[in-house]
Ligand binder design. Structure first.
Ligand code: URA
Length: 429
């Protein structure tokens, strides 16, 4: 086959701050997947994009080319409107677990293709895999059947979904090019658009524990992703939400499932409930479902009912006891006063070191490991009061987790002002 372009010309064009033409973008993505564009050439192009950016038309075309590298799911035969959410990830972010059953209980269908965690943020599949018997890998037919019968499905994205992104993301990871907003936005959106939902709500986190810790960058990412979604015919909006403090009172796989079940049973921490309901309202609005209040599904048992069916449909036993780590260690307050800070990043790294997360894709995670939080910023504490309980299967991990927690907790005088981001910072349409 005679190739219509040379990769080096495309690299030079972006190096010299030019805009890539649509046919150049289509070719470079396709030729990269075919192995015609070499890894070092794509690495050079990714770096040129990181340094010189892309305009909106380029980003939309790049995303579209990545979608076309694989399959696009089609749920148009379902009777319910489809809608999904994507979170850029954070510490204690278990919102998908209660959210999918809540939205399904209100009448939408939620096809949620999720990933595993890497680094200090946890992955939804790792959390669900702590439920005895639960299976993340479904064929497309199985996924469709769970979605049809339960109204929601959470499973692993198969290899056929945006394969160009899988290859490119692995390359970006080792070439210092993850941080380019056009590449992040097209990476996330190619997978979400290929997933085939009619509506999409993006939860873009900001604060120390977020991928985009700077709110200005988080807003740029959110705006870029909303534009890609709308240009691609997916009804998309975004919320910028706080990740300076961990979400809820648990960080770690089985611990977060336990907390999610508490929320589904009508209890649970207020921030998890508020974010679940806020995102559910946005999703239902995009799905065109009116006249139902998602909050009632947590009180009347209907969301719990969907959860139990979803877990059973994937081989899990929702009534089985969740794994518990073998060792515990309490962190107590040294003085009395008001907690003014609980740093999400430090707590996330500590949970990761306790075994809740993985350093490399191939690593396994400990189901029971993690951190229980007993006080949050704004709470009054007394000397000796437990603030955190660390859980691990390997006692030797406590010391490195404690190092990660140095400076994570700040206790000021009683009544000291708390400098904390509001849970919902901004909404982007
Ligand atoms: N998540 C993704 O899926 N892609 C990125 O580039 C960054 C985060």
């Amino acid at each position: 086959m005679v190739e219509p372009f040379a990769a080096v010309d495309i690299i030079r064009a972006k190096r010299d701050r030019g805009a890539l033409r649509p046919e150049q973008i289509d070719w470079v993505i396709d030729a990269y997947v075919r192995g015609v564009v070499a890894e070092e050439q794509m690495a050079a192009l990714a770096m040129a994009i990181l340094l010189n950016g892309m305009d909106e038309a380029e980003i939309v075309r790049w995303t579209d080319a990545m979608i076309r590298s694989g399959e696009r799911m089609d749920f148009t035969t379902l009777e319910r409107p489809t809608v999904d959410k994507h979170s850029t990830g954070g510490v204690g972010d278990k919102i998908t677990l209660p959210l999918v059953p809540v939205v399904a209980a209100c009448g939408a269908a939620v096809p949620q293709l999720s990933g595993r965690g890497l680094g200090h943020t946890g992955g939804t599949l790792d959390k669900l895999e702590s439920i005895p018997g639960w299976r993340a890998n479904l064929s497309n037919d199985e996924m469709f059947e769970v979605l049809r019968s339960c109204g929601g499905v959470i499973c692993a994205a198969g290899p056929g979904l945006a394969p160009a992104d899988k290859k490119l993301y692995a390359l970006r990871d080792v070439t210092g090019t993850v941080e380019a907003i056009p590449l992040i936005a097209s990476s996330i959106m190619s997978k979400k658009i290929a997933e085939g939902a009619g509506g999409l709500v993006l939860d873009v986190k900001t604060g120390s524990g977020a991928f985009m810790s700077d709110p200005v960058q988080a807003k740029r990412l959110a705006e870029t992703m909303v534009r890609i979604g709308l240009d691609s015919g997916v009804n998309t909006r975004a919320l910028i939400t706080a990740m300076d403090v961990p979400l809820g009172l648990t960080v770690g796989n089985a611990l977060e499932v336990r907390e999610s079940v508490e929320v589904l049973a009508g209890g649970g921490p207020s921030d998890v409930i508020e974010l679940t309901i806020t995102l559910a309202r946005e999703m239902l609005d995009l799905a065109g479902i009116t006249g139902v209040d998602p909050a009632t599904t947590l009180q009347d048992g209907s969301a719990m009912d969907v959860w139990n069916r979803m877990i059973r449909a994937q081989g899990g036993d929702p009534d089985a006891p969740l794994p518990v780590a073998t060792h515990r260690h309490q962190v107590v307050a040294e003085t009395r006063g008001t907690m003014t800070q609980l740093d999400a990043l430090k707590v996330g790294i500590a949970a990761w070191r306790l075994g809740a997360g993985r350093a490399r894709k191939e690593d396994s995670v400990s189901e029971g490991a993690g951190i229980e939080i007993h006080a949050k910023p704004g709470d009054s504490v007394t000397a000796g009061m437990p603030l955190l309980t660390l859980h691990t299967d390997d006692e030797r991990r406590f010391s490195t987790a404690m190092q990660a927690l140095e400076g994570a907790i700040v206790i000021g005088p009683a009544g000291a002002p708390v400098n904390r981001l509001p849970l919902i910072l901004e909404r982007i349409n």
